[in-house]
Design a protein around this ligand. Sequence first.
Ligand code: NAP
Length: 259
Amino acid sequence: MRLSGKTAFITGGTRGIGLATVEAFIEHGAMVGFTARKTEGVNAVIARLAKNCVGFVADAGDDEAMVAALSATSSASGGIDVVFANAGHYVNAPLGETSRETLQQQLSVVTNTFMTVQLALPHLREGASIILMGSLYASMGPPGAGAYAASKAGIAALARSFASELSPRGIRVNVVVPGAVDTPSWGMDDLELSLRDERKRLIGERAPLNRMIRAAEVANAVLFLASDESSGLQATEIVVDGGTTGAMAGSPRYVRGEP
Ligand SMILES: NC(=O)c1ccc[n+]([C@@H]2O[C@H](COP(=O)([O-])OP(=O)(O)OC[C@H]3O[C@@H](n4cnc5c(N)ncnc54)[C@H](OP(=O)(O)O)[C@@H]3O)[C@@H](O)[C@H]2O)c1
């Protein structure tokens, strides 16, 4: 029980990495408040997990809804110990083809992450842990993903400034940086099973571990950052990418001489 007695708030908790983190936190004794935009997703998670979690329909860009969700989460136990600002999305935005609106939509992930932390501040206990969601794309230069990469690089920069601002309260701010994680966000759920498996295999080949990362594996890193076990970590990043950045030359595609 690594989060026993703690209260956590997670944005985007109905699918993928956010849902895996809600589950991990509950398993380790936390009371969890989570958000998402769609009512049916929130209701489905509450119906399945029932105990020790409360869900809110709140877009991370809607300050009023976020204030209500944070206040309700906090009031149950008199404060919040962990914030995981996870909500985000990928927008394909190739240079030469991207509208200002699309750019602004993608970059709103930075604004929403900033506001999530700012709105949570009045509820945070001394020694709280804040985890922001980054991405390997921030440092890989993927074509067509400049806006997404910029949003995630911006989030990493936020974490460093937030850490300086919040250290006097003993509040830690760190970033989890996943590689390719097998979640619904890749849009493969509607594909025929064999095609889906083939796509996942090809994506996984970019990592020396030769597979996509599981959402639960990212949740485990977030769990560590949320717990007191990581009490010495401040303004740092934990990369969960199967070795894609650290040992690129070991990936099957690289070994075969493919891009
Ligand atoms: N999957 C990857 O390979 C990968 C790699 C690196 C980083 N990441 C990052 O990890 C985070 C989660 O990704 P995922 O793959 O787990 O995504 P996912 O499976 O699509 O789940 C996203 C979750 O966030 C919610 N959400 C999305 N936008 C929201 C908003 N504006 N306000 C509140 N909730 C919102 C979604 O519910 P609703 O649709 O109902 O709102 C859902 O619960 C994102 O920030 C993503 O950029 C993912």
